[in-house]
Ligand binder design. Structure first.
Ligand code: ADP
Length: 486
């Protein structure tokens, strides 16, 4: 592998480019017109314009991307996460065009992308599964769900990203939820198959990072806890999990390795589980790509996951053993989104007037933006990730809170103040978290955020007074300017 084509954008494109360049690879980035001036675009050796309207369609256009990679002399494609990263047709067509695909085989992507088939494989490997009802005629499906008992979750077989999942707590809501889930599954994923799972109350989301070289060596890099979610989407992730002791770790990581081994998996991958309050865990799905939250694992293991993805894709065997992988300290990631939290988390756009990342020991920022960038609502609202490391959970969460305080992003609304308020919740601090944490603590988080925001207006006022002495904006006026909040 000599010349990598990056079929992605934003923070993950930049993150991949950095490692690829450090490894001596040439990098070509695909970018829509709205991204031609991005930080990732400036970091790549070259950028090739891709076309599409809406812009997101350019990043989903398989023939265009493959042609661009070939025209520019690339010999490999990294898909990042999201977009086409779990699209078996993209992987297959890349390989058919003679490009090295940085990921597992297309057949494996296909298998794991179908949650029903992935469940069957997990069952063969002896992994524990949440009782479920598979899709059938609407009437039969309904009857079987009633027999399974409420509450249930209805999911799309081809689903991902928390999209289209529905909780049904009573029979009266079932028929409507099935119809809605089916139409959403078709709209989001082009496949209307759905299934229902027993809803585990107050679970934690625990996932295991896998690294497998395709020559039979399949290792795990420990677990990540991703229970802080809003609408089934992760916001804060950490490793290790406060709920996983060494006995549970060896069981859950062993289960993940056994699934990946049986599947003859190759690449970095993630096996997701939910962990019930009774300590029982259940297989959810396997993601055949790099995860958004991979940096927390990198922080505690010292391994660069993108580097190992590239080495494995180039045919290298993993030169270390399970016992060589050490886990040191605690890491936490906070996803920074351009969104107006107080108006129902709607995406926010506009020009970033001021952008200063926090710096210091144990602080890493993976960002796709810089000052004067214009954020559009054309893409996912996540613009950066703050990742911190500390010797233990308490010091890492304190550092995360401090670093967020020093994260200056003026212009579009962000969730920075919300994240800070969340990290201060006593139940978060004590590690009493589960996937219902946000719903239960939302009012308290908003209250805490409100107090913090007032403080931030003063900080913004002081900042303006220092940097723009001519801008004599009275404090009272600033308090009205929601846009100056952090
Ligand atoms: P997606 O692939 O869309 O992310 P998942 O199946 O991974 O969907 O589930 C997303 C989230 O939904 C999980 O992290 C968990 O919080 C919740 N969840 C999924 N299945 C269950 C279940 N059976 N009981 C309770 N919560 C669940």
């Amino acid at each position: 592998m000599k010349h990598l084509f990056i079929a992605n954008r934003g923070e993950i494109a930049l993150r991949i480019i950095r490692t690829a360049k450090r490894m001596g690879l040439k990098t070509t980035l695909a970018a829509h017109a709205v991204d031609l001036e991005s930080v990732a675009s400036r970091a790549a050796h070259q950028t090739v314009q891709i076309f599409g309207d809406p812009p997101v369609s350019a990043y989903l256009d398989i023939p265009q991307l493959i042609q661009a990679a070939l025209d520019n002399g690339c010999d490999a494609i990294h898909p990042g996460y999201g977009f086409l990263s779990e699209n078996e047709a993209f992987a297959a067509q890349a390989e058919a065009a003679g490009l090295c695909w940085v990921g597992p085989s297309s057949g494996l992507i296909d298998l794991m992308g179908d949650k029903i088939r992935a469940r069957e494989l997990a069952l063969q490997c002896g992994l524990p599964l949440v009782p479920c009802v598979l899709d059938s005629s609407d009437e039969e499906f309904r009857d079987e769900i009633i027999a399974l008992g409420f509450p249930v979750l209805i999911k799309a077989a081809a689903g991902g990203g928390g999209k289209g999942i529905k909780i049904v707590r009573q029979e009266a809501d079932l028929a409507g939820a099935i119809a809605q889930a089916r139409s959403e599954a078709l709209r989001y994923f082009g496949d209307n198959r759905i299934y229902a799972e027993r809803y585990i109350e107050r679970p934690r989301h625990i996932e295991v990072q896998i690294l497998a070289d395709g020559y039979g060596k399949t290792l795990h890099l420990g677990e990540r806890e991703c229970s802080i979610q809003r609408r089934f989407q992760k916001i804060i992730e950490e490793t290790p999990s406060a709920a996983v002791d060494s006995d549970l770790r060896s069981k859950i990581c062993g289960a993940a390795v056994s699934l990946a081994k049986t599947a003859r998996y190759r690449n970095a991958g993630t096996v997701e589980f939910i962990l019930g309050p009774d300590g029982e865990f259940y297989f959810l799905e396997m993601n055949t790509r790099l995860q958004v939250e991979h940096p927390v694992t990198e922080f505690v293991t010292g391994l660069d996951l993108v580097e190992w993805q590239l080495r494995i894709a180039s045919g290298e065997a993993l030169p270390f053993e399970q016992s060589d992988i050490a886990h040191n300290g605690h890491a936490i990631e906070c996803r920074i989104n351009a969104e107006d939290v107080l108006s129902g988390f709607v995406p926010s756009s506009g020009i970033i007037a001021r952008y200063i990342e926090p710096e210091g020991e144990g602080i890493r920022v993976d960002s796709g933006v810089c000052e004067l960038d214009r954020l559009t609502s054309a893409f996912d609202p996540m613009l950066a990730k703050l990742i911190v490391w500390g010797p233990d959970r308490a010091s890492a969460s304190k550092l995360a809170e401090e670093a967020l305080r020093n994260f200056c992003l003026l212009g579009p609304e962000t969730n920075i103040a919300y994240l800070r308020a969340l990290l201060k919740q006593p139940d978060y601090v004590s590690g009493h978290i589960d996937t219902g944490f946000i719903d239960r603590h939302q009012d308290e988080i908003f209250r805490c955020m409100h107090d913090e925001s007032l403080l931030e207006v003063e900080v913004a006022a002081a900042f303006i007074a220092l940097t723009l002495p001519e801008a004599r904006v009275p404090y009272s006026k600033l308090a009205e300017l929601g846009a100056w909040k952090n």
